[in-house]
Design a protein around this ligand. Structure first.
Ligand SMILES: [Zn+2]
Length: 385
């Protein structure tokens, strides 16, 4: 019997593979083009089309195997973690083609990779494209050049599997718990009844296998999304065309607003998924149903027990990601003020009934920016960087 490739997931191996020239949340075509030119002797990227603002959209095919996998990242322009993990993955192949995993991956599979599907959104740090359209709601209308391109690649490449790569917000917990969903997955529905089709079973099995492989490191901190059907989404569209499709979502690891830790877990999840595809070995699909469904139990910061005009309240704060001079700033904004909030803060500060005031002039109320606050006379900086 042919020897199966061994999973290659140690942190030390990842450290070697990591493409260190990119860091932080702001990733756009210039970064990708640096990667492409650095690896031009190894990978033949092609320009497969252009965006609304005429930026190039790149694609890469590697491997010569019969199992075809199409993956695309940054269809939401401000969701770059999975793109960086994809570059780490390609870097790991470029650095060590003789590695058993890499060798058998390139023999058993053919991969088509679109690292940045929405380069305008990436440059402008927006979810939507330059026409203000969410490409992941445009897969039936195909009104935008970027979504048309994804469909064209899908039709021509005829993948056996699709991987749809995204970032999720910091609010998600794995179930109604105080465990953040560091990664989330979904096997999208292919019809309104959410039928468990053959394609869905296959993608469920793959997700169950990824969760099993990452269990030691992430424990229960992996969630799955609600599978409500929306045919306008890429996943639902491809799944309804019979192609097993997996949505990957990079989530929040405590304190890691640059998502450097999550990037590593996405890399490992990709390796796990592709290993299962090349070996044709995955757990029973029903294991997928044991993954907790995501809930929205987190906020970035919660100030507990603040004295507001004699009342004791909790102040919920979310960071607004803002592009300033080529960097993403996390601007703390008051989202709500409640009594005894049942939510969890990634950071919690107990004000112990002290009075709150802002560093700048202004009232404590919703939508107000709170970079620095006073609790009585003590200063707290709420910005994470
Ligand atoms: Zn997304």
């Amino acid at each position: 019997m042919k020897e199966k490739a061994k999973l290659w997931l140690s942190n030390r191996d990842y450290d070697k593979a990591k493409f260190r020239k990119v860091a932080g949340r702001y990733f756009h075509n210039n970064h990708l083009e640096d990667f492409i030119s650095m690896h031009s002797d190894r990978f033949e990227f092609e320009t497969i089309g252009t965006s609304v603002e005429h930026r190039n959209i790149y694609g890469l095919q590697i491997g010569s195997g019969s199992k075809k996998v199409l993956m695309w990242s940054q269809m939401h322009g401000n969701e770059s973690t999975t793109t960086k993990a994809v570059l780490d993955f390609l870097n790991s192949i470029a650095e060590d083609v003789e590695n058993l995993y890499n060798k058998s991956l390139l023999e058993e599979t053919s991969l088509y990779i679109i690292p940045v599907l929405n380069p305008d959104g990436a440059a402008n740090y927006t979810r939507v494209n330059a026409n203000n359209v969410d490409l992941n709601r445009d897969m039936q209308d195909l009104s935008q050049p970027e979504s048309r391109l994804l469909m064209k690649v899908y039709r021509e490449f005829q993948p056996d599997f699709c991987l749809n790569l995204h970032d999720q917000r910091t609010i998600f917990s794995a179930g109604e718990t105080n465990l953040p969903a560091i990664l989330s997955f979904l096997t999208p529905s292919s019809d309104i009844d959410r039928s468990i089709t053959g394609a869905r079973k296959d993608s469920m099995s793959l997700i169950a296998g990824i969760v099993k492989d990452l269990k030691d490191e992430l424990g229960e901190r992996i969630g799955r999304y609600d599978d409500g059907f929306n045919i306008n989404c890429a996943g639902d569209t491809f799944q309804s065309l019979g192609t097993p499709t997996i949505l990957f979502e990079a989530g929040h690891y405590p304190g890691d607003y640059n998502r450097d830790v999550t990037r590593k877990f996405i890399f490992k999840a990709l390796r796990s998924c592709l290993e299962q595809i090349m070996n044709g070995q995955s757990p029973d699909h029903r294991q997928y149903l044991k993954i907790p469904e995501n809930a929205k139990c987190f906020r970035d910061v919660i100030l507990r027990n603040v004295n507001i005009e004699g009342d004791q309240k909790d102040i919920l704060i979310q960071f607004k990601e803002t592009l300033v001079h080529d960097r993403i700033r996390f601007v703390p904004v008051i989202e709500g003020i409640h009594k005894d909030s049942v939510l969890f803060g990634h950071r919690e500060i107990d004000a112990a009934c002290k009075k709150i005031s802002l560093m700048e002039e202004g009232e404590i109320s919703e939508n107000v920016v709170v970079n620095k606050i006073f609790l009585n006379d003590e200063i707290f900086e709420l910005n994470p960087q």
